[in-house]
Every structure is written in C-alpha cells, then in structure tokens.
Design a protein around this ligand. Structure first.
Ligand code: G3H
Ligand code: ZN
Length: 283
C-alpha cells in the first residue's frame, strides 16, 4: 500500500538523512526503483511529472501499475507515489483521485501571496484524502520536461510564511540547484539553507539532485534537506546502457533485451544514491 511522504520525511529530518525521489518514465523504470528500494531496505518516493504521467497513459495507469507492482514484487518498504511539479489544483486533484499518495504544487513562478493561496487549496484537498503536499518557494533553474527557468533564491521570510500559512509537509526552497546537468560544481546557498531550516523546522526538498557532489549533498542534509530529487542521472545511465547494448550486439531485437541493461543501470544508480543519502536500512 502506498503511503504519504509525511512520516518518512519527518523521520528523515529527525534522523539526518534524506529520502530519494526518483522520477519514473515507464514500467521498467518503476520496477528498477522499487527493486533498489527493497534491496536497500530504504523508503522511496516515485516522482511522476505531468509529462511522464501523460506519456504513460495518465495518472490512473501510473497508480494501477505501481499498486500492482507493490504486490507482485512483494515490496515491504514505504513507497510514496508523488506528482512532481504539479501546475494546478486540478492537476493535483486528478493525481490524488487516481490514487497518488502525495503531490507537489509548484506555483513558484507566481507572487508569494498567490503561491501560498493556491498551495492552501491543494493542502486542504490533499489532507482530506490523506495525501502529503510539497510546495516551492524561489525557482529551480534549468530545464525539465521542456519547462525552462532561471534561478531565483528562496526568501527565508517567504518560506516561513509558506510553511505556517499553507500547512505543507515539505518545502522546496530553491537555493541555486538546477534541473538537468550542471556545468561545473553547483553553487548552493548554504547560509540561506541553514537559516530557512532553522526558521521553518520543515523537511526541505532539494530539486535538481543529479550531479551534486557528495560533500554538498551531505551538507544539504545537515542543513535540513530530507528529500532529494533525482531524474536526469537515471535517464543518463539508462540511455548509456541501452546505447552500449545496441552498439555491441548487432543481433538483438527483443525489446526486453534491449532495455534490460538500462533497467539494471537504474537499479545500480538508485542503490548508490540511497547509500549516499543515508536512507539505506531506514525502512
Ligand atoms: O523534480 C525533479 C528533480 O528536481 C530532478 O532534477 O533531473 O536534475 O535530477 P534532476
Ligand atoms: Zn524539480
């Protein structure tokens, strides 16, 4: 059974580790992330962007697939199914109605009053269904699913308003991370991070988790991050492994054999990330 993020993130904040959100794109992807979580005895969050949900045939398909896999794969670790960067109340509602246990409402590009008001509406609905809610203040840079934006650091006072007024479970306070690959080392606002964490006492979410060096990940966790989102890294290892398979096996035509190495590569990278995030053996 799917669970919300509330418990797993509060435990992570308390225990000074982070739960990974790994974005999924298809059946094999979901199997790979669940297998990694079970083998690592780690809680896990399956992230589904609106684009990925559409690609897979809609939220009902994603929820049915995930629930079925929890059964057939005998998954016993806590798993949340989470809408990533939901753009509207309707979008969040349709995910929750389909069976998602968590949503992100991302109104970070709007003025803070509007952002908080919209988030509140989602929280009200989500709470009535037992689902958790993540909101964003400031903006994450880079490109994800064709959505591109510049970096804007989160304002600590606005973060406090968001957590107290909207009643969210987790806060994505954008502090210099970007979606997609980094050119060079990321420049994260660690001072602001510490300030926001001490001010809000809420689990913080690090978007753009792919390509952040281990020492920065550790520092981000120390400064209140309980959830780290990883998408690009899984896509990169999947594609590299499939490319290698096709390049070295001219006779392969069974799609299961073409995709197989990509799936294995995701299992490996997710397990490695869980170890770095400290969520292994925390289920
Ligand atoms: O919401 C998803 C993430 O923030 C993923 O970012 O693709 O850079 O890992 P990433
Ligand atoms: Zn993100």
């Amino acid at each position: 059974r799917l669970v919300s993020m509330t418990d797993m993130l509060n435990k992570a904040l308390e225990g000074k580790y982070a739960v990974g959100q790994f974005n999924i794109n298809n059946l094999e992807w979901t199997q790979a992330v669940l297998q990694a979580a079970q083998e690592e005895k780690s809680p896990v969050i399956l992230g589904v962007s609106e684009g990925a949900a559409k690609y897979m045939g809609g939220h009902l398909v994603v929820a049915a697939m995930t629930n079925a896999l929890l059964e057939t794969m005998d998954i016993t670790v806590p798993v949340a199914l989470h809408l990533d960067h939901g753009t509207s109340f309707e979008s969040c509602k349709s995910a929750i109605d389909a069976g998602y246990s968590s949503v992100m409402i991302d109104k970070s590009h709007y003025p803070i009053d509007e952002n908080i008001a919209q988030t509140k509406l989602v929280v009200e609905y989500a709470k009535s269904k037992g689902a958790s809610v993540e909101a964003e203040v400031g903006t994450v840079g880079g490109t994800e699913d064709g959505i591109t934006g510049g970096i804007q650091y989160a304002n600590p006072a606005e973060c406090l308003r968001m957590t107290t007024e909207a009643g969210i479970d987790a806060l994505a306070a954008a502090l210099g991370s970007v979606h997609g690959p980094y050119s060079g080392e990321p420049v994260l606002g660690f001072d602001e991070m510490k300030e926001i964490s001490e001010l809000t006492h809420k689990p913080l979410v690090l978007h753009g988790g792919s390509g952040i060096p281990e020492h920065q990940v550790k520092k981000a966790i120390e400064f209140g991050h309980s959830k780290i989102n990883v998408n690009t890294e899984c896509q990169q290892v999947f594609t590299a492994a499939v490319r290698e398979k096709l390049a070295t096996d001219a006779n392969v035509y069974d799609p299961r054999k073409v995709i197989g190495p990509g799936k294995e590569a995701i299992v490996a990278v997710v397990k490695e990330r869980m170890q770095v995030f400290g969520s292994s053996n925390k289920a």
